[in-house]
Design a protein around this ligand. Structure first.
Ligand code: GTP
Ligand code: MG
Length: 319
């Protein structure tokens, strides 16, 4: 087993497409060999720079990701793209999008594109996304772009993984800023005002600047507003430049290190929770017991605290 894992890890590191795909599938399926593989890959990660791109449906995220990827490829940097759609139970739509994208990067082994949907992610979508990012990192992708539709907590968790968070806004959606989730506004390192060819771009930019003037800069960083017309490849250089500037700012201030420590603390807590739950509820017997106890609590035949004690008593947690 371990020799096989080692060989697999070697293949991933040399960016063998099939080995990488197989690793991602193992993560998606929560397969038993995913964890040993990730263990073996982990020492070879940490070199990638992750950018998260989020925003309302249809704002042009995929087009922007595509253009950014092309920009990095021109500079001969290797790119990994992860498109996450938490609203979709299937990755059908996303896969269709992938095919279209793959065409524009056809025959380029320096770019790897993968979609993920909600279906099947037992450990949570953000954990799976983080693990897929590790695989791409180990495979030598120095630029990882994570696209996600910005609607709920899942996306916030996903973009939190990123070193740099881009929030995409477009003119003409009515009261754009007011309707945006406050949480997403807070995590934006860079605002992308896409579809700047449309009417209302100036007004949106003014609104954004007015709003930003009320917000305290985070660690000395003022989120810039970058205007793009992604379909025309306009503003993409400026956007890549803003990402570099943000990266340099954070590296110089030591904030990146702090953010990473915070990130790993959260990840460790998530993994601990997952492992504890797994050990307490292992197998169908555990699930049945959980159902039975939930019924008893809901009928007020048992209090929830005693129910938890009962679950813990039946488990060998200390492994
Ligand atoms: N006019 C104009 N259209 C654009 C621009 N950027 C993207 N579009 C178009 O907007 C539509 C949506 O673009 P996508 O890149 O698929 O948007 P998305 O945010 O990834 O969409 P979802 O993943 O479905 O949320 C497409 O028809 C694009 O061609 C732009 O700058 N200007
Ligand atoms: Mg998209």
């Amino acid at each position: 087993m371990s020799a096989l894992i080692d060989r697999w890890a070697e293949q991933v590191r040399s960016c063998d497409i099939r080995a990488v795909s197989r690793a991602i599938t193992a993560i998606e399926n929560h397969a038993a060999d995913a964890e040993p593989l990730l263990k073996s890959l982990f020492p070879h990660t940490g070199a990638a720079y992750l950018s998260g791109i989020t925003g309302a449906p249809g704002t042009g995220k995929s087009t922007i990701v595509d253009r950014l990827a092309a920009h990095y490829r021109k500079a001969n940097q290797r790119v990994g793209v992860i498109a996450v759609d938490p609203t979709s139970p299937y990755s059908g739509g996303a896969i269709l999008g992938d095919r279209i994208r793959m065409q524009s990067h056809a025959g380029d082994a320096g770019i790897f594109i993968r979609s993920m949907a909600t279906r099947g992610f037992l450990g949570g979508l953000s954990r799976a996304t983080a693990e897929v990012a590790l695989v791409l990192d180990a495979a030598g992708k120095k630029r990882i772009l994570i696209e996600t539709v910005g609607v709920g907590q899942d996306e916030v968790d996903i973009v939190r993984l990123a070193d740099c968070v881009l929030v995409v806004l477009v003119p003409g959606l009515g009261d754009d800023i007011q309707s945006m989730k406050a949480g997403l506004m807070e995590i934006a390192d860079i605002f992308v005002l896409n579809k700047a060819d449309r009417e209302g771009a100036d007004r949106l930019e003014e609104q954004l600047h007015a709003m930003l003037s009320l917000v305290m800069p985070r660690d000395g960083w003022h989120p810039p507003v970058i205007r793009t017309v992604a379909t025309e490849n306009l503003g993409i250089e400026a956007l890549a430049g803003a990402i570099e500037k943000f990266r340099a700012h954070f590296e110089a201030s030591g904030q990146r290190e702090k953010k990473h420590r915070e990130h790993w603390k959260n990840r460790l807590l998530d993994l601990l929770e997952a492992r504890l739950v797994e050990q307490v509820l292992h197998g169908t017997e555990g699930e049945k017991k959980l159902d039975r106890l939930a019924a008893e609590v809901s009928q007020r035949r048992k209090d929830p605290y005693s129910a938890v004690s009962e679950l813990l008593a039946g488990a060998d947690v200390l492994r």
